[in-house]
Ligand binder design. Structure first.
Ligand code: ZN
Length: 282
C-alpha cells in the first residue's frame, strides 16, 4: 500500500488523497512510533498502516495543521550543485563530470509552510526534488538504488549567494544552511506511488510568477547515480536526504533576489506544494 507521510505538530501522520491526516500511532494501534524519525525506520508498518486509514476517521485536514518537516532530524542532508544542464548554462558553469556534492546542515530544515528568514540582499530560491533514504547501506549499485529510496518529497535549497561564494575557494555549505533555508514537505510520498518516479514535473513560482519549470528526468546525475556515488564513499542511513539539484530560472540568473514578503511556491508532481513567505529577521 502506498503512503503519504507527514509530521503534524511533531507526531508522525499519514495523509489521504483528500488531505485528511491521521495520527499514525493511533491508527496503527500503537505499532508505529509517534516520533517521525523512529516511524521512518518502520517502513513496512507505514505501508500497512496506510491501508487502515480508509476505514478510520481523520484527525484533521492538512490545510489546518501545523506541518513540520516530515523528516525533522536526518543524520545527513546532501545536496547536488549544477545537476540540470539548463541551470549550469545559466550559471555560466561547466557541467560537472563528477557529482558536485555539498551539505545542507540538518539545522536548516523547515516545515512546508514555514517562513524563510532572509540572510541578506542576495537570498535565492532553488526548487528541488528531495530523495529520502529508506534502507541505508554502502556500495549500492545503480540497479539496487531505488530499493533504498523510502520516498520522495519537495524541497527548497534556499541560498545566500554572497555567503555561498564568500570564501576562496567557495564552500557552499554555510551559504545554504542558514536557519529556515531548507523547507521540505508537505509529505514524503512512498516511491511505489509513482508510475515513473524518475520523471516528475517540478516548478517554482514567486508571488505567482512561474520562474522554474522542468522535469526531473533532465537531471545530469539521476537518483540511482547519486545514491551509487554517495554510498561508494560513505554509509547512507535511513532518513538521509538528498536535494537533487535545481533547474534553470533561479533569481541569481536575472538578479531578482528574494525580498521581505515574497511568497515562494514550490511544487513537485505527485507530492504537493511548499508555500514559504520570506521575512526579514527580527
Ligand atoms: Zn540546490
Amino acid at each position: 500500500m502506498t503512503f503519504r507521510f507527514a509530521n503534524v505538530e511533531g507526531r508522525s501522520a499519514l495523509v489521504d488523497a483528500h488531505g485528511g491526516w491521521f495520527d499514525a500511532s493511533r491508527v496503527s494501534g500503537g505499532v508505529v512510533s509517534p516520533d517521525p524519525m523512529e516511524a521512518w525506520l518502520q517502513l513496512d508498518d507505514l505501508h500497512l498502516t496506510a491501508g487502515a486509514i480508509a476505514t478510520s476517521e481523520a484527525d484533521g485536514h492538512v490545510r489546518d495543521a501545523d506541518l513540520r518537516p516530515p523528516i525533522p532530524v536526518p543524520r545527513s542532508v546532501f545536496a547536488v550543485g549544477l545537476n540540470y544542464r539548463s541551470h549550469a548554462e545559466e550559471a555560466d558553469m561547466e557541467l560537472p563530470q563528477t557529482p558536485l556534492i555539498f551539505t545542507k546542515f540538518p539545522s536548516c530544515l523547515a516545515g512546508p509552510n514555514d517562513p524563510v528568514i532572509l540572510g541578506g540582499s542576495t537570498d535565492d530560491y532553488e526548487a528541488e526534488l528531495v530523495v529520502v533514504i529508506g534502507r541505508g547501506g554502502r556500495d549500492i549499485t545503480p540497479g539496487q538504488a531505488w530499493d533504498h529510496v523510502g520516498g520522495l518529497t519537495a524541497g527548497q535549497d534556499i541560498s545566500d549567494r554572497r555567503l555561498q561564494f564568500a570564501a576562496k575557494p567557495p564552500h557552499f555549505d554555510l551559504g545554504k544552511s542558514r536557519d529556515t533555508y531548507g523547507p521540505i514537505g508537505p509529505v514524503v510520498v512512498s516511491t511505489d506511488s509513482f508510475p515513473t518516479p524518475g520523471d516528475l514535473l517540478i516548478t517554482c513560482e514567486v508571488n505567482g510568477e512561474r520562474r522554474q519549470d522542468d522535469r526531473t528526468s533532465n537531471l545530469v546525475f539521476d537518483i540511482p547515480a547519486l545514491i551509487s556515488y554517495l554510498s561508494g564513499i560513505l554509509t547512507l542511513s535511513p532518513g538521509d536526504l538528498i536535494f537533487t539539484g535545481t533547474p534553470e530560472g533561479v533569481g541569481a540568473a536575472s538578479l531578482r533576489f528574494l525580498v521581505d514578503g515574497d511568497v515562494i511556491s514550490t511544487t513537485v508532481e505527485g507530492i504537493g506544494t511548499l508555500t514559504n513567505r520570506c521575512r526579514n529577521p527580527g
